[in-house]
Design a protein around this ligand. Structure first.
Ligand SMILES: [Fe+2]
Length: 185
């Protein structure tokens, strides 16, 4: 599986400094730290199962996925974050754009008032970060059933975006299956 690896990422402390510099509040920073921890653990499990995955990119990009919340907490925070990070790296920018739920297709994006195009996670790294974020409510890591319940409360049962969240969960969890037996916790 292709991972689209590159090098020269920001350090963890540089990423946290950037969140502060752009004006993210403490709760966004604490949420981002939890998502990063969760995403890194998932990525390490997937790597332990022999897949090519860029754990370092995932750790740093997930710290920055919500940087757009320094501008707005609305649905456009993904795009706002992308604008900020484009100057640093288009790969980081893509993570901001594709992390909402399990991504949005063109039709959903347009119905939410976003520029009409697909915002779907494509690389394994983008998928892991979107999934890891779906499993974090505030600063708490939750199971998929609890995560789905929250989406249903927000979007209504049967919303197509929820089916995609479930499918992403199944895809990622298949890749990390039994990995804890292969590496120390
Ligand atoms: Fe977000």
């Amino acid at each position: 599986m292709k991972s689209g690896r590159s090098t020269n990422y920001l350090s963890r402390s540089d990423a946290i400094s950037l969140l502060k510099k752009e004006g993210c509040n403490e709760s966004v920073i604490r949420h981002s730290l939890t998502v990063s921890k969760n995403a890194k653990r998932i990525a390490e499990d997937i790597k332990a199962n022999g897949y090519d995955i860029d754990v370092e990119f995932i750790e740093i990009a997930s710290l920055l996925h919500d940087i757009g919340r320094c501008k707005t907490h609305g649905i456009t925070h993904g795009i706002e974050g992308s604008k900020i990070l484009k100057k640093i790296s288009p790969k980081f920018a893509r993570v901001c754009e594709t992390h909402i739920g399990a991504g949005l297709d063109k039709k959903e994006a347009a119905s939410l008032g976003l520029p009409a195009r697909d915002y779907l996670p494509e690389t394994l790294e983008e998928k892991v970060i979107a999934h890891a974020d779906n499993l974090v409510q505030g600063e708490k890591i939750v199971g998929i059933n609890e995560a789905i319940k929250e989406f249903e409360e927000k979007l209504g049962r049967g919303h197509p975006a929820i089916k995609r969240v479930k499918e992403l969960n199944d895809f990622i969890e298949r890749l990390r299956k039994n990995a804890h037996k292969k590496r120390p916790l």
